[in-house]
Design a protein around this ligand. Structure first.
Ligand code: F3S
Length: 277
């Protein structure tokens, strides 16, 4: 069996940057998980003394706090600044961007539509920058009952699929006279998705490595599965089962944007071993 890695996979720019920041921060605590990957979070704790707090409400006497890649809500940021905490900002610039857009556009009187999961920390953070009306939706139909302002600005959660964002945009164009569209989907996700799709089209089996609570990893898995029915989402090499690879010629591998290289390497090594039997 041959093994082929997707052309683009794994850590994105924002995650690499956040990890560097955390490694250099010394004894600090992150507000929420720095990235969606339990094993990398453990490594940071063991090797660099970086602790993880559940969310901003858990902050007590910590002096140094790291803001995770997804960002935090504006009111939390303000409160922590007032408490004179040392804040180290590891928010991904691709997340800071929609925060700024939402703040500016709502200042200018636009209704804000965010295409995303309302419970996702990134979306909660972006939403918190709106000063006026803001709607978080996944489907255009969720806006049916709402009488939107004649001026609407729309942004997307960074990890969403462009095709679905376009559906929201299309719907808004029919509903409002002025629609300002900001494509805030980040390239890292798109590149990983395109590369996974390309590989899945020719592979007999696809292994997607990443945290099961990571939105972009799940997205990658769904894309892969749509082209290659034998697709598996795993968090580490222990979940691999030898039987999956029986009679397979090409195994494709990809990994979510918050999956560290050392985990991917272990997965590849295990599959290499299996492929020799
Ligand atoms: Fe940032 Fe995109 Fe990564 S938003 S954290 S570069 S997946």
């Amino acid at each position: 069996m041959r093994i082929e890695m997707a052309k683009s996979y794994g850590f994105c720019f924002g995650v690499k940057r956040a990890i560097k920041i955390a490694e250099n921060a010394g004894e600090a605590s992150t507000i929420g998980e720095l990235i969606h990957n339990a094993e990398e979070i453990n490594r940071l704790r063991q090797n660099f003394g970086v602790k993880t707090l559940k969310d901003a409400s858990e902050v007590s006497d910590e002096k140094k706090l790291i803001i995770r890649t997804h960002g935090i809500q504006k009111e939390d940021l303000t409160r922590l600044r007032e408490q004179n905490k040392e804040l180290i900002d590891a928010t991904c610039p691709f997340v800071t961007k929609p925060q700024q857009i939402v703040e500016k556009m709502s200042d200018e009187g636009y209704d804000i539509v965010i295409f995303g999961d309302s419970n996702h920390p990134e979306v909660k953070g972006v939403k918190s920058y709106a000063k006026g009306r803001v709607f978080v939706v996944l489907e255009p139909s969720e806006l049916d009952e709402i009488k939107l302002n004649s001026k609407v600005a729309v942004v997307s959660q960074t990890t969403k699929k462009i095709e679905n964002f376009v559906k929201i945009v299309d719907y808004l164009m029919q509903k409002s006279r002025e629609v300002r569209i900001f494509n805030t989907i980040c390239n890292a996700t798109l590149e990983n998705q395109e590369a996974a799709a390309k590989l899945a089209k020719k592979a007999d089996i696809m292994i997607i490595v990443g945290g099961k609570n990571s939105s972009n990893t799940k997205q990658l898995f769904l894309i892969s599965q749509s082209f290659c029915k034998d697709s598996y989402l795993i968090e580490n090499e222990d979940e691999i089962e030898q039987i999956w690879f029986k009679n397979k010629n090409l195994c494709g591998i990809s990994a979510g944007a918050s999956t560290p290289d050392w985990i991917i390497k272990k997965v590849v090594e295990k599959i290499e071993k299996i492929s020799k039997f």
